[in-house]
Each structure stands twice: as C-alpha cells, then as structure tokens.
Design a protein around this ligand. Structure first.
Ligand SMILES: NC(=O)C1=CN([C@@H]2O[C@H](COP(=O)(O)OP(=O)(O)OC[C@H]3O[C@@H](n4cnc5c(N)ncnc54)[C@H](OP(=O)(O)O)[C@@H]3O)[C@@H](O)[C@H]2O)C=CC1
Ligand SMILES: Nc1nc(=O)c2c([nH]1)NC[C@@H]1CN(c3ccc(C(=O)N[C@@H](CCC(=O)O)C(=O)O)cc3)C=[N+]21
Length: 305
C-alpha cells in the first residue's frame, strides 16, 4: 500500500451464528416450560399455492421449530382455495389449544383478501405481528407481537452498536411487513428516523446522512457503496434471486455488497444475515405467545435491552 489509500473492510454481522445462539436459548426455554408447566409451544404455518420458494421457507420454519422442541403444523392448500375455506381453517387454529402461533405465508393468491385473513387471526396467536391490534400496540408503545424481520434486524443492530439513542437511521421501504414496523422500532430506540420509498427525492443524499441504513426495497443491489456514510451500519433485508449468465441463480440483497463492504462499519450479508434471524424471531414469538396464553412467567429470550 502507498500509505494514501486506506482500505477498510466492514465487520460482517453473522445472522447464521446469531440465530443459532438465539435458537439455542429458545430451545432451553421450550424444554423448561415442557418439563415444569407441561406446555409445548406449537406453530401452525399455512401456505396457499405451490410457489416453490415459499415451500422452501415453510419447510425451513417447520424444521427449525422441531429442532427447538416445538410442535409444528403445516397446512399446504391448493392455489384455488377459497377465501371462505382459508378463514374457516384459521378459525379452527384460533380455537386449537395445541396451536400458540399462526403464520399465513404472504403473498396470498389475488382472489383472497389478505387483510381480511390477517384480521381473522387471533391477535395473541399472531406471531407475524401483522394484525391491526399488534400494529397499534407497536405504534402506541404497548406490549404486542413484534414482526419477525424488524425484530431480528433490531437485535443485530443492538448487538453491534449497543444503545441506538440519538443515531440517525434511514429505512428504505415502507411496507407493512418490514419498513413501517422497523421505523417504529427505531423510534422506540430513540433514533432519528427517516422513512424513504419510491417517491423519495434524492435517495442517495438521504442515505448518506444516516448512521444506520435498513434496506427493504426488493430491488437487487440498488443501494450503492458511495451512498453509504463511512462507518455506518447496514442491515440488508432484501432477498432477491437473480439469474446468472451460466443459467444458474444466486441470492442478492438490496445493497451492492462488494461496494458497501468497503465503506460501512458493519454490514449483514445475503444470504446469512437477516433471513435466518427472521426465522429465529418467529420461534421466539411462538414461545412468547405460548407463555402469554398459559400465563407463564418466563423471561423473554434475548430481551436486548
Ligand atoms: N430477510 C427476510 O426475512 C425478509 C426479506 N424480505 C425482502 O425484503 C424486501 C422488501 O420486502 P417488502 O417490504 O415486503 O417489499 P414491498 O414490495 O412490499 O415494499 C418495497 C418498498 O420499497 C419501496 N421502493 C420500491 N422501489 C423503490 C425505489 N426505487 N426507491 C426507493 N424505494 C423504493 C416501495 O415504495 P412505495 O411504497 O412507494 O411503492 C415500498 O415501500 C424484498 O427483497 C423481500 O424479499 C421481506 C420479508 C422478510
Ligand atoms: N407471513 C409471512 N411472514 C414472513 O415472515 C414472510 C412471509 N410471510 N413471506 C415471505 C417473506 C420472506 N421471508 C424470509 C424468511 C427467511 C429467509 C431465510 O431464511 N433466508 C436465508 C436463506 C435463503 C435461501 O437460501 O433461499 C438467508 O437469507 O440466509 C428469507 C426470507 C419471510 N417472509
């Protein structure tokens, strides 16, 4: 090196390792409530349609639930399932004492009203945290169920940075499942929060001002290295499968990793970043739901504060 150019390399935030630790902690709690309270947390996952990518996620969720000692109930329904049939299934799960958590994989086929489906899930079994009751609890400072992807993202931020008080954060994306709940969590952590979306003017300038960047856009490698403030912490939520010239495909995030890794202070990779944390947090929410439904007084797994 000539002494002029200082090559920096961001710290990699390892979602696989973090999620393995969290799942270990959850497993211990699951065994504890099984042995002392005779309760086994149960997670029901509902998938409508045969989207192969979704099938992989559902299988992963069930496998991880079983590894933690939970029961898992898989409901795979054909793509032409009626809304009425799906709502009936959910009402059955609402009333099933073995089921503590219910997740309906999104997106749903167009003929089904997703909002109606979400509102049919009992709020205390809504482990996705998408029911308006839980949305309101997060927005108004109450205790509800926190959406898994934002929760996992926050755990990694807190682990890397400690308290986030006063930091400038930008969330790129305003969806109900990632962007909005993420912004609410960051407000709760006393960050100064900007929410950007497709109508934002001069997105690179907004991103450059931020100490924390959460990318949840769904556009492969859109956020470039020269948009990142040197030393910033980057959480890449994006999961995009892109085709390669040789006919194969690979997963990339919403951040151009090779560029950002040279500027950021820390960054989550894709795969191996937010994705595995989402699943660990789903299990954590299922454990929490089981404990609350049975009024068990157990400590939360990784209460990060
Ligand atoms: N790792 C994980 O566990 C998970 C990963 N994901 C991934 O995260 C990504 C986002 O998911 P989700 O929130 O559901 O996606 P949505 O498509 O629902 O939302 C995307 C958001 O990005 C905004 N946006 C789109 N284009 C631009 C642009 N050019 N500039 C600025 N903002 C833009 C949209 O703005 P507008 O509102 O104006 O349209 C919208 O608010 C996806 O890649 C998804 O696969 C999702 C869930 C879990
Ligand atoms: N009701 C509902 N809740 C969700 O939480 C939900 C959903 N619907 N629909 C789809 C999205 C997407 N999602 C992911 C979860 C885990 C990984 C994951 O584990 N990814 C791994 C591996 C991915 C791979 O190899 O394919 C990784 O990033 O390392 C990714 C994406 C949850 N979602």
């Amino acid at each position: 090196m000539d002494g002029e150019t200082i090559m920096t390399q961001a710290k990699l935030i390892d979602g696989n390792a973090f999620s393995a630790n969290l799942r270990e902690e959850i497993t211990a709690r699951v065994h504890e409530i099984r042995d002392f309270h005779h309760v086994t947390p149960g997670l029901a996952v509902v998938l409508v349609g045969e989207d192969p990518a979704s099938q992989v996620y559902v299988r992963n969720k069930n496998k991880r639930a079983a590894e933690c000692g939970m029961k898992s109930f898989e409901h795979v329904l054909p793509a032409d399932t009626s809304e009425h049939h799906l709502l009936n299934l959910i009402e059955g799960l609402n009333d099933d004492p073995e089921v503590h958590g219910i997740l309906v994989q999104l997106p749903l086929p167009k003929h089904i009203d997703a909002q109606k489906v979400i509102e049919t899930i009992r709020p205390d079994k809504d482990v996705d945290g998408f029911h308006p009751w839980n949305v309101g609890m997060l927005a108004s400072g109450g205790i509800g169920m926190i959406p898994c992807t934002p929760l996992g993202s926050l755990m990694m931020l807190r682990d890397h940075l400690g308290p986030l008080t006063g930091l400038k954060a930008i969330v790129v994306g305003r969806s109900n499942i990632v962007g909005k709940p993420m912004a609410h969590l960051l407000i709760r952590e006393s960050c100064t929060v900007t929410i950007a979306h497709s109508q934002t003017r001069d997105l690179p300038a907004e991103v450059r001002a931020a100490d924390i960047v959460v990318a949840a856009v769904g556009r492969p490698e859109m956020i470039r290295g020269d948009w990142i403030k040197p030393g910033a912490t980057v959480i890449d939520v994006g999961i995009n499968r892109i085709g390669l010239p040789d006919g194969k495909s690979k997963l990339v995030g919403d951040v151009k990793f090779d560029e950002a890794v040279k500027v950021a202070g820390a960054i989550t990779p894709v795969p191996g970043g937010v994705g595995p944390m989402t699943i660990a947090c789903l299990l954590r929410n299922t454990l929490t739901a089981a404990a609350r439904l049975h009024r068990l007084d157990i400590p939360e797994a990784n209460p990060w504060n």
